[in-house]
Design a protein around this ligand. Sequence first.
Ligand code: TLP
Length: 346
Amino acid sequence: MIDLRSDTVTKPTAEMRRAMAEAEVGDDVYGEDPTVNRLQERAAELFGKQAALFVPSGTMGNQICVKLHTRPGTEVVLEERSHIFNYEMGASAVLSGVTFRSVRGNEGLLTWDLIKAAIHHGAPYYVTPTSLVALENTHNMAGGSVMPLDVAQTISDEVHALGLPLHLDGARVVNAAVALNIPLADVAQPFDSVSVCLSKGLGAPVGSLIVGTKDFIREAKNWRKLLGGGMRQAGVLAAAGLLALEESPKLLIEDHANARRLADGLAQLSGITVNLASVQTNIVIFDIAGTGMATAQFSHELKTRGVLANGISPTVMRMVTHYDVSRADIEKTLAAAAEICRTTRS
Ligand code: TLP
Protein backbone atom coordinates (compact mmCIF):
# COMPACT_ATOMS: atom_id res chain seq x y z
CA MET A 1 0.00 0.00 0.00
CA ILE A 2 1.15 3.54 -0.78
CA ASP A 3 0.05 5.40 2.32
CA LEU A 4 -0.66 9.07 1.65
CA ARG A 5 -3.18 9.54 4.50
CA SER A 6 -0.67 11.51 6.55
CA ASP A 7 3.00 11.88 7.40
CA THR A 8 2.02 10.56 10.86
CA VAL A 9 2.18 7.07 9.32
CA THR A 10 5.99 7.17 8.92
CA LYS A 11 7.73 4.31 10.68
CA PRO A 12 11.03 4.75 12.55
CA THR A 13 14.11 4.13 10.41
CA ALA A 14 16.54 1.27 11.12
CA GLU A 15 18.94 3.87 12.53
CA MET A 16 16.25 5.17 14.89
CA ARG A 17 15.42 1.67 16.08
CA ARG A 18 19.12 1.05 16.79
CA ALA A 19 19.42 4.32 18.70
CA MET A 20 16.28 3.47 20.67
CA ALA A 21 17.66 0.06 21.64
CA GLU A 22 20.91 1.60 22.82
CA ALA A 23 19.49 4.73 24.48
CA GLU A 24 20.76 5.68 27.89
CA VAL A 25 17.69 6.18 30.10
CA GLY A 26 16.60 7.36 33.54
CA ASP A 27 13.39 8.54 35.20
CA ASP A 28 12.36 11.65 33.30
CA VAL A 29 9.77 12.67 35.91
CA TYR A 30 12.82 13.21 38.14
CA GLY A 31 14.50 14.95 35.18
CA GLU A 32 17.07 12.13 35.13
CA ASP A 33 16.77 10.74 31.63
CA PRO A 34 19.98 11.82 29.90
CA THR A 35 18.62 11.22 26.39
CA VAL A 36 15.46 13.25 27.02
CA ASN A 37 17.63 16.00 28.50
CA ARG A 38 19.86 15.97 25.42
CA LEU A 39 16.85 16.15 23.11
CA GLN A 40 15.40 19.10 25.05
CA GLU A 41 18.71 20.97 25.13
CA ARG A 42 19.26 20.41 21.41
CA ALA A 43 15.73 21.51 20.56
CA ALA A 44 16.10 24.69 22.60
CA GLU A 45 19.34 25.41 20.75
CA LEU A 46 17.92 24.73 17.28
CA PHE A 47 14.81 26.82 17.94
CA GLY A 48 16.75 29.63 19.58
CA LYS A 49 14.71 29.47 22.80
CA GLN A 50 15.76 29.12 26.44
CA ALA A 51 14.24 25.70 27.07
CA ALA A 52 12.25 22.80 25.62
CA LEU A 53 9.98 20.06 26.92
CA PHE A 54 9.37 16.62 25.40
CA VAL A 55 5.64 15.81 25.37
CA PRO A 56 3.74 12.75 24.10
CA SER A 57 1.83 14.47 21.28
CA GLY A 58 1.31 17.63 19.29
CA THR A 59 -2.12 18.01 20.81
CA MET A 60 -0.72 17.94 24.34
CA GLY A 61 1.98 20.41 23.34
CA ASN A 62 -0.55 22.88 21.94
CA GLN A 63 -2.95 22.46 24.83
CA ILE A 64 -0.30 23.05 27.49
CA CYS A 65 0.67 26.26 25.70
CA VAL A 66 -2.94 27.42 25.40
CA LYS A 67 -3.39 26.69 29.12
CA LEU A 68 -0.33 28.67 30.14
CA HIS A 69 -1.02 31.69 27.95
CA THR A 70 -4.71 32.15 28.76
CA ARG A 71 -7.20 32.39 31.60
CA PRO A 72 -10.78 31.09 31.70
CA GLY A 73 -13.41 33.29 30.13
CA THR A 74 -11.14 34.67 27.42
CA GLU A 75 -10.75 34.14 23.69
CA VAL A 76 -8.06 32.67 21.48
CA VAL A 77 -7.82 34.15 17.98
CA LEU A 78 -6.84 31.58 15.37
CA GLU A 79 -7.40 30.53 11.78
CA GLU A 80 -10.70 28.91 10.81
CA ARG A 81 -9.19 25.62 9.62
CA SER A 82 -6.46 25.39 12.26
CA HIS A 83 -5.74 22.17 14.11
CA ILE A 84 -6.20 23.65 17.59
CA PHE A 85 -9.68 24.81 16.61
CA ASN A 86 -10.90 21.78 14.66
CA TYR A 87 -9.04 18.64 15.62
CA GLU A 88 -8.15 18.78 19.31
CA MET A 89 -11.51 17.62 20.65
CA GLY A 90 -12.44 21.02 22.08
CA ALA A 91 -9.62 20.51 24.59
CA SER A 92 -9.03 24.23 25.08
CA ALA A 93 -12.63 24.67 26.23
CA VAL A 94 -12.32 21.72 28.59
CA LEU A 95 -8.84 22.37 29.97
CA SER A 96 -8.47 26.14 29.72
CA GLY A 97 -12.05 27.42 29.76
CA VAL A 98 -11.46 29.55 26.67
CA THR A 99 -13.50 30.12 23.54
CA PHE A 100 -12.16 30.58 20.04
CA ARG A 101 -12.56 33.48 17.64
CA SER A 102 -11.72 32.04 14.25
CA VAL A 103 -10.64 34.10 11.27
CA ARG A 104 -10.65 32.92 7.65
CA GLY A 105 -7.16 33.32 6.26
CA ASN A 106 -6.22 33.73 2.63
CA GLU A 107 -5.13 30.15 1.79
CA GLY A 108 -4.84 29.74 5.56
CA LEU A 109 -2.57 32.74 5.81
CA LEU A 110 -3.50 35.18 8.55
CA THR A 111 -2.20 38.72 8.25
CA TRP A 112 -2.16 41.37 10.96
CA ASP A 113 -5.10 43.17 9.32
CA LEU A 114 -7.25 40.05 9.60
CA ILE A 115 -6.17 39.34 13.16
CA LYS A 116 -6.53 42.95 14.30
CA ALA A 117 -10.22 42.96 13.43
CA ALA A 118 -10.77 39.88 15.61
CA ILE A 119 -8.92 41.02 18.71
CA HIS A 120 -10.86 42.36 21.67
CA HIS A 121 -8.41 44.43 23.60
CA GLY A 122 -9.46 47.22 25.89
CA ALA A 123 -13.01 46.63 24.67
CA PRO A 124 -16.09 47.25 26.88
CA TYR A 125 -16.45 44.96 29.91
CA TYR A 126 -19.19 42.87 28.26
CA VAL A 127 -16.98 41.78 25.31
CA THR A 128 -14.96 38.58 25.78
CA PRO A 129 -11.32 39.65 25.94
CA THR A 130 -8.61 38.11 23.79
CA SER A 131 -5.86 36.36 25.71
CA LEU A 132 -3.86 34.66 22.94
CA VAL A 133 -3.22 34.60 19.21
CA ALA A 134 -2.26 31.17 17.83
CA LEU A 135 -0.90 30.60 14.32
CA GLU A 136 -0.14 27.39 12.38
CA ASN A 137 2.93 26.96 10.14
CA THR A 138 2.85 25.04 7.90
CA HIS A 139 -0.91 25.24 7.70
CA ASN A 140 -2.15 21.68 7.41
CA MET A 141 -5.66 22.09 6.02
CA ALA A 142 -4.65 25.01 3.80
CA GLY A 143 -2.46 22.54 1.89
CA GLY A 144 0.80 22.78 3.83
CA SER A 145 1.19 26.47 3.01
CA VAL A 146 4.08 28.38 4.58
CA MET A 147 3.78 31.64 6.50
CA PRO A 148 6.32 34.18 5.18
CA LEU A 149 8.69 35.40 7.86
CA ASP A 150 7.79 39.08 7.50
CA VAL A 151 4.08 38.32 7.95
CA ALA A 152 4.82 36.41 11.17
CA GLN A 153 7.12 39.19 12.38
CA THR A 154 4.52 41.93 11.82
CA ILE A 155 1.87 39.89 13.65
CA SER A 156 4.35 39.30 16.48
CA ASP A 157 5.23 42.99 16.80
CA GLU A 158 1.59 44.07 16.84
CA VAL A 159 0.34 41.30 19.13
CA HIS A 160 3.16 41.95 21.59
CA ALA A 161 2.51 45.69 21.46
CA LEU A 162 -0.93 44.87 22.88
CA GLY A 163 0.69 42.79 25.62
CA LEU A 164 -0.72 39.54 24.22
CA PRO A 165 1.25 36.31 23.70
CA LEU A 166 1.73 34.56 20.36
CA HIS A 167 1.81 30.75 20.04
CA LEU A 168 2.80 28.73 16.99
CA ASP A 169 1.36 25.30 16.28
CA GLY A 170 4.51 24.23 14.49
CA ALA A 171 3.62 20.57 14.06
CA ARG A 172 5.31 20.89 10.64
CA VAL A 173 7.45 23.96 11.29
CA VAL A 174 10.53 22.06 10.12
CA ASN A 175 8.85 21.70 6.72
CA ALA A 176 8.33 25.48 6.76
CA ALA A 177 12.00 26.16 7.59
CA VAL A 178 13.13 23.78 4.84
CA ALA A 179 10.77 25.38 2.30
CA LEU A 180 11.98 28.88 3.26
CA ASN A 181 15.57 27.64 3.44
CA ILE A 182 16.18 29.43 6.73
CA PRO A 183 17.19 28.22 10.23
CA LEU A 184 14.49 26.95 12.58
CA ALA A 185 15.39 29.67 15.06
CA ASP A 186 14.35 32.32 12.52
CA VAL A 187 10.93 30.74 12.01
CA ALA A 188 10.46 30.39 15.78
CA GLN A 189 11.74 33.84 16.68
CA PRO A 190 8.43 35.79 16.47
CA PHE A 191 6.68 33.39 18.86
CA ASP A 192 6.56 33.07 22.66
CA SER A 193 5.95 29.34 22.39
CA VAL A 194 6.20 26.80 19.61
CA SER A 195 5.04 23.19 19.54
CA VAL A 196 6.76 20.93 17.02
CA CYS A 197 6.01 17.30 16.14
CA LEU A 198 8.76 14.72 15.83
CA SER A 199 6.44 11.98 14.67
CA LYS A 200 5.19 13.45 11.40
CA GLY A 201 7.53 14.00 8.45
CA LEU A 202 10.53 13.75 10.78
CA GLY A 203 9.69 10.10 11.35
CA ALA A 204 10.10 9.54 15.10
CA PRO A 205 7.58 7.01 16.44
CA VAL A 206 6.21 9.24 19.24
CA GLY A 207 6.57 12.72 20.59
CA SER A 208 6.52 16.46 20.23
CA LEU A 209 8.37 19.34 21.82
CA ILE A 210 7.36 22.68 23.26
CA VAL A 211 9.94 25.47 23.22
CA GLY A 212 9.85 28.76 25.11
CA THR A 213 11.38 30.60 28.05
CA LYS A 214 12.76 28.71 31.07
CA ASP A 215 9.87 29.91 33.26
CA PHE A 216 7.30 28.88 30.68
CA ILE A 217 8.80 25.41 30.28
CA ARG A 218 8.99 24.93 34.07
CA GLU A 219 5.25 25.57 34.27
CA ALA A 220 4.65 23.44 31.17
CA LYS A 221 6.29 20.51 32.94
CA ASN A 222 3.76 20.75 35.77
CA TRP A 223 0.90 20.77 33.29
CA ARG A 224 2.36 17.82 31.40
CA LYS A 225 2.31 15.86 34.69
CA LEU A 226 -1.22 17.00 35.49
CA LEU A 227 -2.39 15.76 32.09
CA GLY A 228 -0.80 12.36 32.65
CA GLY A 229 2.03 13.07 30.23
CA GLY A 230 4.93 12.61 32.66
CA MET A 231 6.97 9.82 31.09
CA ARG A 232 9.57 7.71 32.84
CA GLN A 233 12.34 6.03 30.76
CA ALA A 234 11.33 8.12 27.77
CA GLY A 235 14.91 8.16 26.49
CA VAL A 236 14.01 5.27 24.18
CA LEU A 237 11.66 7.70 22.43
CA ALA A 238 13.89 10.74 22.73
CA ALA A 239 16.73 8.82 21.03
CA ALA A 240 14.58 8.53 17.91
CA GLY A 241 13.52 12.16 18.39
CA LEU A 242 17.13 13.32 18.37
CA LEU A 243 17.77 11.59 15.06
CA ALA A 244 14.51 13.01 13.73
CA LEU A 245 15.67 16.54 14.59
CA GLU A 246 19.21 16.13 13.29
CA GLU A 247 18.88 13.86 10.29
CA SER A 248 15.36 14.08 8.93
CA PRO A 249 15.06 17.76 7.86
CA LYS A 250 17.19 17.16 4.77
CA LEU A 251 14.80 14.37 3.69
CA LEU A 252 11.90 16.83 3.60
CA ILE A 253 13.26 18.43 0.43
CA GLU A 254 12.39 15.25 -1.47
CA ASP A 255 8.95 15.04 0.17
CA HIS A 256 8.25 18.58 -1.01
CA ALA A 257 9.39 17.78 -4.56
CA ASN A 258 7.19 14.67 -4.56
CA ALA A 259 4.19 16.70 -3.39
CA ARG A 260 4.81 19.19 -6.18
CA ARG A 261 4.95 16.42 -8.80
CA LEU A 262 1.80 14.87 -7.33
CA ALA A 263 -0.05 18.19 -7.42
CA ASP A 264 1.06 18.96 -10.99
CA GLY A 265 -0.03 15.50 -12.13
CA LEU A 266 -3.40 15.65 -10.36
CA ALA A 267 -4.07 19.10 -11.83
CA GLN A 268 -3.91 17.53 -15.30
CA LEU A 269 -6.76 15.12 -14.58
CA SER A 270 -10.28 15.83 -15.69
CA GLY A 271 -12.61 16.57 -12.77
CA ILE A 272 -9.81 17.40 -10.31
CA THR A 273 -8.91 20.91 -9.20
CA VAL A 274 -5.73 21.72 -7.28
CA ASN A 275 -4.68 25.10 -6.00
CA LEU A 276 -1.08 24.73 -7.09
CA ALA A 277 0.01 27.91 -5.32
CA SER A 278 -0.76 26.42 -1.92
CA VAL A 279 1.40 23.33 -2.53
CA GLN A 280 4.57 24.58 -0.87
CA THR A 281 5.60 21.62 1.30
CA ASN A 282 4.44 17.98 1.66
CA ILE A 283 0.64 18.31 1.55
CA VAL A 284 -1.63 18.25 -1.49
CA ILE A 285 -5.28 19.16 -1.08
CA PHE A 286 -7.50 18.78 -4.14
CA ASP A 287 -11.14 19.02 -5.07
CA ILE A 288 -12.77 16.10 -6.88
CA ALA A 289 -16.24 17.62 -7.32
CA GLY A 290 -15.79 17.59 -11.10
CA THR A 291 -15.44 13.81 -11.15
CA GLY A 292 -18.98 13.40 -9.83
CA MET A 293 -17.61 11.19 -7.05
CA ALA A 294 -17.69 11.77 -3.32
CA THR A 295 -14.42 11.40 -1.43
CA ALA A 296 -15.55 8.15 0.22
CA GLN A 297 -15.89 6.57 -3.22
CA PHE A 298 -12.68 8.13 -4.54
CA SER A 299 -10.77 6.83 -1.48
CA HIS A 300 -12.28 3.39 -2.00
CA GLU A 301 -11.28 3.35 -5.67
CA LEU A 302 -7.75 4.42 -4.75
CA LYS A 303 -7.56 1.71 -2.11
CA THR A 304 -8.48 -1.02 -4.57
CA ARG A 305 -5.50 0.24 -6.62
CA GLY A 306 -3.07 0.15 -3.68
CA VAL A 307 -3.23 3.80 -2.55
CA LEU A 308 -4.50 5.11 0.81
CA ALA A 309 -5.75 8.70 1.04
CA ASN A 310 -8.48 10.40 3.08
CA GLY A 311 -11.18 12.89 2.24
CA ILE A 312 -11.35 15.98 4.41
CA SER A 313 -14.84 16.92 3.19
CA PRO A 314 -17.36 15.32 0.83
CA THR A 315 -15.46 16.68 -2.19
CA VAL A 316 -11.96 17.49 -0.95
CA MET A 317 -9.11 14.98 -0.61
CA ARG A 318 -5.76 15.30 1.17
CA MET A 319 -2.55 13.48 0.25
CA VAL A 320 0.62 13.84 2.33
CA THR A 321 4.09 12.82 1.17
CA HIS A 322 6.77 11.48 3.51
CA TYR A 323 9.92 9.41 3.45
CA ASP A 324 8.09 6.10 3.05
CA VAL A 325 6.69 7.37 -0.28
CA SER A 326 9.05 7.33 -3.28
CA ARG A 327 8.86 9.15 -6.62
CA ALA A 328 7.82 5.83 -8.18
CA ASP A 329 4.95 5.65 -5.65
CA ILE A 330 3.86 9.13 -6.75
CA GLU A 331 3.79 8.02 -10.38
CA LYS A 332 1.74 4.93 -9.41
CA THR A 333 -0.67 7.13 -7.48
CA LEU A 334 -1.10 9.44 -10.47
CA ALA A 335 -1.72 6.45 -12.75
CA ALA A 336 -4.34 5.13 -10.32
CA ALA A 337 -6.05 8.55 -10.07
CA ALA A 338 -6.01 8.93 -13.86
CA GLU A 339 -7.64 5.52 -14.28
CA ILE A 340 -10.33 6.36 -11.71
CA CYS A 341 -11.12 9.68 -13.41
CA ARG A 342 -11.30 7.94 -16.81
CA THR A 343 -13.32 4.89 -15.92
CA THR A 344 -15.35 5.41 -12.75
CA ARG A 345 -18.73 7.06 -12.54
CA SER A 346 -20.64 7.55 -9.30
N1 TLP B 1 -2.45 16.28 12.40
C1 TLP B 1 -2.98 15.03 11.93
C2 TLP B 1 -4.49 14.96 12.14
O1 TLP B 1 -4.81 15.22 13.46
C3 TLP B 1 -5.25 15.89 11.25
C4 TLP B 1 -2.62 14.85 10.48
O2 TLP B 1 -2.78 13.72 9.98
O3 TLP B 1 -2.19 15.83 9.84
N2 TLP B 1 -1.05 20.43 14.79
C5 TLP B 1 -1.13 20.15 13.48
C6 TLP B 1 -0.98 21.23 12.48
C7 TLP B 1 -1.36 18.82 13.07
O4 TLP B 1 -1.45 18.57 11.77
C8 TLP B 1 -1.50 17.81 14.04
C9 TLP B 1 -1.82 16.40 13.65
C10 TLP B 1 -1.38 18.17 15.40
C11 TLP B 1 -1.16 19.50 15.73
C12 TLP B 1 -1.55 17.17 16.52
O5 TLP B 1 -0.53 16.25 16.62
P1 TLP B 1 -0.77 14.86 17.38
O6 TLP B 1 -1.50 13.98 16.42
O7 TLP B 1 0.61 14.41 17.71
O8 TLP B 1 -1.57 15.14 18.61
